[in-house]
Design a protein around this ligand. Structure first.
Ligand SMILES: NC(=O)c1ccc[n+]([C@@H]2O[C@H](COP(=O)([O-])OP(=O)(O)OC[C@H]3O[C@@H](n4cnc5c(N)ncnc54)[C@H](OP(=O)(O)O)[C@@H]3O)[C@@H](O)[C@H]2O)c1
Length: 214
C-alpha cells in the first residue's frame, strides 16, 4: 500500500521504517521537501520524502506523527484534497514542553486532537491509536512480555479495521487491540500520556505498556 507518514521525528521515522520494511511504498513528509533527516531516512529505507502535501498525496493511508499542538497546521499544509476519503492514523499527543518537564497536556476545544482533525477534515477518516506507548513498542510489541494493549478509536468502522490490520502486521495480536468505540474516546486516551510520562520517570524505562485485565 502507498502510505504517507507526516512527521520526521523519532515516531514518524520509526513507523515509516517498519511500514517500508513490510513492503509498503512509504513517503515521509516534512515542512520542507528537502529536509535532510527525511532524505537520509529515504536513502536508508528505500522510501521517498517530500513536503507534507506530497506525502499526503502519495498515501492511500496517511499517518499523523507530528506534535498534537501543530497537527492541525500540518494537516492543513497537507491539504484537504490530499486527505479526502483517506484513513488518517493519528498517533499524536498534545503535549506542551515549553515550561519544561513534566509537560502540560493541552486539550483542544474539540475535546482531543483526533476530533479537532476530524472536524477540520470531515472527509478524512481519523483513527486514534498507538499514542499510549513509546515508539519502540509501537512497531515491536514483543519488547514487553505478556499481553498488553493498544487502543484504537474512530467513527469509521472500516478505517479502524484497516488500522487494526496494520497493527497486526506490526506484531500486535488481535485480542490485544482494544477498540474503544467512536473518536470521542480520544478524549480519554490522549491524557493517558501524562500517566505514561510519570511512569517512565519512576520506572526509568520506556519499555512498558498498559494491560487491561478483567
Ligand atoms: N516519542 C514517542 O515515543 C511517542 C510515543 C507516543 C506518541 N508520540 C507522539 O508522536 C508525535 C510525534 O513525536 P516525535 O517526537 O516523533 O516528533 P515531533 O518532534 O513531535 O514532531 C516532528 C514533526 O513535527 C513537525 N513540526 C514541528 N514544528 C512544527 C510546526 N510549527 N508546524 C508544522 N510542523 C511542525 C516537524 O516538521 P519538520 O519535518 O519540518 O521538522 C516534524 O515533521 C507527537 O505528537 C508525540 O507526542 C510520541
Amino acid at each position: 500500500m502507498k502510505i504517507g507518514v507526516l512527521g520526521t521525528g523519532e515516531v514518524g521515522r520509526r513507523l515509516a521504517a517498519r511500514l517500508a520494511g513490510l513492503g509498503h511504498d512509504v513517503m515521509l513528509g516534512s515542512r520542507t521537501a528537502d529536509n535532510p533527516v527525511a532524505a537520509e531516512w529515504a536513502r536508508e529505507h528505500g522510501g521517498h520524502h517530500g513536503a507534507f502535501a506530497e506525502a499526503a498525496a502519495h498515501g492511500e493511508l496517511v499517518v499523523n506523527a507530528t506534535g498534537g499542538l501543530v497537527a492541525l497546521d500540518v494537516l492543513t499544509a497537507a491539504g484537504t484534497a490530499n486527505l479526502d476519503g483517506k484513513v488518517v492514523m493519528d498517533v499524536s499527543n498534545p503535549l506542551d514542553f515549553s515550561q519544561g518537564f513534566p509537560p502540560r497536556l493541552v486539550v483542544p476545544e474539540a475535546g482531543s486532537v483526533a476530533e479537532q482533525l476530524q472536524q477540520a477534515f470531515p472527509r478524512a477518516r481519523v483513527v486514534k491509536t498507538l499514542n499510549t506507548m513509546n515508539n519502540t513498542l509501537m512497531t515491536d510489541p514483543a519488547r514487553v512480555s505478556g499481553p498488553h494493549n493498544v487502543f484504537v478509536c474512530g467513527d469509521d468502522e472500516a478505517a479502524k479495521t484497516e488500522v487494526a490490520d496494520l497493527l497486526k502486521s506490526f506484531g500486535w495480536p488481535e485480542q490485544q487491540i482494544l477498540d474503544l468505540g467512536g473518536l470521542s474516546a480520544a478524549r480519554s486516551v490522549e491524557p493517558v500520556v501524562l500517566l505514561w510520562v510519570t511512569l517512565s520517570s519512576v520506572l526509568h524505562t520506556a519499555d512498558f505498556n498498559f494491560a487491561i485485565l478483567r
